[in-house]
Design a protein around this ligand. Structure first.
Ligand SMILES: Cc1cc2nc3c(=O)[nH]c(=O)nc-3n(C[C@H](O)[C@H](O)[C@H](O)COP(=O)(O)O)c2cc1C
Length: 325
């Protein structure tokens, strides 16, 4: 499979594991990269630049293949003054891909553009306007995140199929589709829309290599596409999460006009992380997308990626058959 994504990033399959708070750690990123995708670790998990360096080294110990580092810029996760120290570590360690997300990446444009020969810059946007802006700033690839994404979609409610199609028509750099993609059919659809690859989160949460508790993986396998909800609209930080007790409590509190301070009792990241560890699937907010309705078993990253490539090929043969008749 060759697209501008695979060529630019030096990977075998046009499949990226998007950055994932708490879960984008070396074990998962390396597992994805080792089998030909693009794995990603998150700086938000390693606020201390030296911890980030250790994590990057750990990925390199596990795979010699390219991987990415995600820098999430939404105010609740944005690294503080250490941001530029983290970028310095990323460059110093020879990382070849960075994924920015969550807000305008303008503040990083100069440093990323100055190192274009080493590091490819992927910006994840959630509307066409922001995609074009990021292209103008110098991003090498754009991920278009549709309404179906786990985590933070745009509030305008436009789905991946329209956003990915339109973005691929309107920017010149390669576009990756994110949101609702979990299998070879989704990959083939993204390529048909003019995209050059896909970014997945939910599917990789349900992988053998993801450290999350088995209960959370089972939740995904047993969930259907209606089992996610959008919370935190009242605090202008909308997030798509599992429809669990924590999310329902959050919605109830928001309906009653709770302040951010009060909401922290249910949305705090440490609660979600503790739940990932102890397996209480209702114990915290759990970012997942409706792609969970398409996930029926827990597989290794190799099984996931090889399976997607094979299914995309079968799909293409099926389509060719339709047109051949
Ligand atoms: C558990 C989880 C945590 C996530 N955390 C982040 C994050 O910190 N930063 C980010 O840019 N995207 C984050 N995402 C979004 C993914 O990178 C990706 O864009 C999204 O999951 C794609 O949609 P899908 O889940 O339908 O595949 C997260 C997704 C999940 C499932």
């Amino acid at each position: 499979m060759k697209t501008r994504m695979t060529e630019l990033l030096g990977i075998r399959y046009p499949i990226m594991q998007g950055g994932m708070q708490h879960l984008g750690v070396p074990e998962l990123a390396a597992a994805v990269s080792e089998v030909g995708g693009l794995g990603t670790i998150n700086v938000t998990i390693y606020p201390d630049p030296e911890d980030l360096r250790a994590a990057i080294k750990e990925v390199k110990k596990r795979t010699s293949k390219p991987f990415a580092v995600n820098i999430t810029l939404i105010p609740s996760l944005r690294p503080g003054k250490e941001l530029f120290d983290q970028v310095a570590v990323i460059l110093d360690e020879g990382v070849t891909a960075v994924e920015t997300a969550g807000a305008s990446p303008q503040e990083l444009a100069d440093v990323l553009n100055a190192h274009k020969d080493q590091v490819k810059w992927i910006h994840k946007a959630a509307c066409v306007k922001h995609a074009k802006k990021a292209e103008g700033m110098g991003a090498d690839l754009i991920t278009m995140a549709g309404y179906e994404v786990a985590g933070h979609p745009h509030t305008d409610g436009v789905g991946t199929i329209v956003l990915a199609n339109k973005t691929a028509r309107e920017v010149k750099v390669p576009v990756l589709a994110a949101g609702g993609i979990s299998d070879g059919r989704g990959l083939l659809a993204a390529l048909s829309l003019g995209c050059e690859g896909v970014v997945m989160g939910t599917r990789f949460v349900a992988s053998k290599e993801c450290w999350i508790h088995q209960n959370h993986k089972d939740w995904i396998v047993n969930a259907n596409e209606n089992d996610t909800v959008l919370c935190q609209k009242s605090i202008r930080n909308m997030v798509r999460v599992a429809d669990n007790a924590a999310a329902r409590k959050c919605l109830e509190m928001e309906a009653q006009g709770a302040t951010l301070e009060k909401l922290m009792a249910v949305i705090a990241g440490k609660l979600g992380k503790a739940a990932y560890e102890n397996g209480n699937v209702d114990g915290g907010m759990f970012a997942v997308g409706p792609a969970c309705g398409l996930i029926h078993k827990i597989e290794s990253c190799k099984e996931i990626i090889d399976g997607m490539a094979a299914e995309a090929e079968q799909g293409l043969a099926r389509i060719n058959g339709v047109y051949g008749k």
